[in-house]
Unconditional design. Structure first.
Length: 268
């Protein structure tokens, strides 16, 4: 079932994206990815490291015949230019494409990693060269440490940023989003439901509300959802097509719930 998902422009990239995207790493089948794309999603995020490289291969098969309709993002963990270039070339082969829309420097979680990647001979040099050659269109950064990712975004070097954000983990509102707004950086969110740990069963909030919550922030463009459960992804897609943001009072209630859940220590 194809839904009329909300769209937006991904910051300074100018790319038109659905506000729900497919997150890689969890789905093991071509059919699973195709089912998610059939919902009308056009943003797909993967990485060279996911499933020891198999994730890109599976996605490459899943997108045959529809590559030109998608915004395709992948990542490298390499910090030096030559190794990063090899990763990119492998990614292109596995994804069966001549280019990726967004190539991301993956997990820049420390100052040392950032300095290495952005310094002479670093992965960022490989990204610039690849962009000049048309192998990538835009350069992104990802990570789990909000302070360090905020510093990376503050350089203005990156077109997109991918980080954690949800109703229980609001740190990006101070540490990442202000820099993104300053530089027009496209913001993509993972862990809107903290890998579904925020779901509370019949007594908890509507699962779709966790995705509506992050999409309600002015800095956020896309929220990703991994395909642990394809049928759940389809239900979330349908719900977001009907309504994709929350009112202020709804956000407050979700924040109270998130704070309670985080205080239990179950979110990791």
């Amino acid at each position: 079932m194809r839904y009329n998902l909300p769209r937006t422009i991904l910051g300074r990239t100018g790319l038109s994206v659905t506000r729900l995207g497919v997150g890689g790493a969890y789905c093991r089948t071509v059919e699973g990815y195709r089912a998610a794309l059939d919902c009308g999603v056009n943003y797909v995020d993967t990485a060279r490291a996911y499933q020891d490289g198999k994730d890109e291969e599976i996605i490459g098969q899943a997108i045959v015949g529809q590559r030109d309709k998608l915004v395709l993002a992948t990542k490298t963990l390499q910090r030096d230019a030559s190794s990063a270039r090899r990763d990119l070339e492998t990614s292109l082969t596995c994804l069966r494409t001549d280019y990726v829309d967004i190539w991301q420097l993956h997990h820049l979680n420390t100052e040392a990693e950032r300095s290495r990647a952005l310094g002479p001979g670093g992965a960022y040099e490989a990204a610039l060269k690849a962009r000049e050659e048309g192998l990538i269109r835009f350069i992104g950064v990802t990570g789990h440490d909000w302070v360090e990712i905020g510093k990376a975004v503050a350089t203005g070097l990156f077109d997109t940023v991918l980080c954690w954000y949800n109703c229980a983990m609001k740190e990006p509102e101070q540490l990442v989003f202000p820099h993104a707004l300053t530089h027009g950086t496209g913001v993509v969110i993972m862990n809107a439901s903290r890998n579904e740990k925020l779901f509370g069963g019949p007594e908890g909030p509507d699962p779709a509300d966790f995705y509506r919550y992050v999409l309600s922030h002015e800095a956020v463009h896309v929220t990703l959802m991994g395909l642990r459960d394809v049928s759940l992804f389809q239900r979330i897609a349908q719900a977001l097509a009907e309504r994709h943001t929350l009112e202020a009072e709804e956000r407050q209630r979700l924040e109270e719930y998130g704070a309670q859940m985080r205080s239990t220590g179950k979110l990791g």
